[in-house]
Design a protein around this ligand. Structure first.
Ligand SMILES: *Cc1c(COP(=O)(O)O)cnc(C)c1O
Length: 350
């Protein structure tokens, strides 16, 4: 199977290839055995991530899923309960790891159209101390909200949830797979959000273009314990400096250009809104994720539409669920490709 070039691939921002600068840095990276704590490039990446997110220490992990799971296993024990959104990545897209590997009961709550759980519902989901009940221990939040048009949730929401968590002795972990997209859209530093949570994981390999990896951050003590959980999950790596070298560029420079992706997403949304047969509210597009629906009266199925786009135009789009499709903008997507996508969809649906 031939690789799909990311310049025609709107399926996700995970399809991004490392940049030439990253490949050069990876080739030249200073390395050591990171399980012995001797890889200087990994150490530099963890320090930078902690600094950017306003926490004491960081830990390189293999993926966003692993970062979230390591965090949950560190914060909670078997028999504990984690409150989370019913459409959260941690609930829907991580193979049930909380329950399977952590013995942690997920307590899903409904979310609004931007992915926020209701504060009153969070409060009433927190259980008292009774031998019948799992112990409420953890709240899992997400920003940007992947299932909700990549909504960039404001710091005051996190502050409010933090107040509740503090009052009941719960910890908060933030799944910040696309936190830098959220911060960019809000025009605020990531710390404005992360000051209200105990731990955060960010993906280096989505819009930030690194080939592999996420970083988990928290207090020194939390990271010390998290290191054991990472080992348990098979996520401790040796000369991982070759990966961290790309991660450093991701954090230093790729975080600075995400507004371009958001502008492209907005242009794409406005273009799609002009096509009869497609339903989209460009106002709901806050970051780089563009969700849109195929109208009920359109004859072609979503699967056939995606297939035609691929075969006839060489463009790749994601089928999300039902009649919902998703286009994601990222570093490799040039303005001409956004125009081509709008044109191609217009022709197919004409
Ligand atoms: C991508 C993503 C993750 C982690 O995914 P991996 O593929 O394991 O890196 C976690 N949460 C959200 C919201 C994501 O979009």
């Amino acid at each position: 199977m031939a690789a799909i070039h990311p310049s025609v691939d709107f399926r996700s921002d995970t399809v991004t290839w490392p940049t030439d600068e990253m490949r050069a840095a990876m080739a030249a990276a200073a390395v050591g055995d990171d399980v012995y704590g001797e890889d200087p490039t990994v150490a530099a990446l963890e320090t930078l991530a902690a600094e950017l997110l306003g926490k004491e220490a960081g830990l390189l992990v293999t993926s966003g899923t692993q970062g979230n799971l390591v965090a949950a296993l560190t914060h909670a024990q078997r028999g504990d309960e984690a409150i989370l959104g019913e459409d959260a990545h941690t609930f829907c897209w991580e193979a049930g790891g909380l329950a399977v590997l952590g013995g942690i009961t997920p307590r899903p709550l409904s979310t609004d159209r931007r992915g926020r759980m209701d504060l009153t519902q969070i409060r009433s989901a927190i259980r008292g101390d009774d031998p019948h009940w799992p112990r409420s221990r953890l709240i899992l939040l997400e920003n940007s909200s992947g299932a909700n048009h990549g909504a960039a949730l404001e710091p005051n929401y996190f502050e409010a949830v933090y107040g509740i968590a503090q009052a009941h002795g719960l910890k908060i972990h933030l799944d910040g797979a696309r936190l830098f997209n959220a911060a960019t859209a809000l025009g605020q530093p990531p710390r404005a959000i992360t000051q209200w949570v105990d731990s955060v994981s960010v993906c280096l390999s989505k819009g930030l273009c690194a080939p592999v990896g996420s970083v988990l951050v928290g207090t020194e003590e939390f990271i010390h314990q998290a290191r054991r959980q990472r080992k348990l999950l098979g996520g401790s790596m040796r000369q991982a400096g070759v990966l961290a070298a790309a991660g450093l560029i991701a954090l230093k420079t790729m975080t600075q250009r995400l507004a371009e992706d958001h502008a492209q997403a907005q242009r794409l949304a406005q273009g799609l809104a002009t096509i009869p047969g497609l339903q989209i509210d460009p106002g709901a597009v806050e970051t780089n994720l563009v969700f849109f629906d195929l109208a009920e009266d359109v004859q072609i199925s979503p699967g056939d539409l995606v297939q035609t786009l691929q075969v006839d135009y060489g463009l790749y789009l994601g089928c999300y669920h039902g009649r919902t499709l998703r286009a994601v903008t990222h570093y490799w997507i040039q303005p001409q490709q956004v125009e081509r996508l709008v044109e191609a969809l217009g022709r197919i649906l004409a």
